[in-house]
Design a protein. Structure first.
Length: 55
């Protein structure tokens, strides 16, 4: 599994999706406070061990 992050309109609005090995995506978390906030939210979910790709 991995996490893919997409910009939604501006660099501060980010949406992260959890991507399973079969390619299935599900929305994980979003933020309008930037990358650090998003990474902190991922860490709070105990998912920081997964690779994060900014698309």
């Amino acid at each position: 599994m991995k996490i893919e992050v997409f910009e939604n309109g501006s660099k501060s609005k980010l949406i992260a999706f959890l991507v399973k090995e079969n390619g299935e995506k599900s929305k994980l978390v979003s933020t309008d406070k930037g990358r650090d906030d998003l990474l902190n939210k991922i860490d709070d979910m105990n998912l920081s061990h997964l690779p994060v790709e900014f698309m």
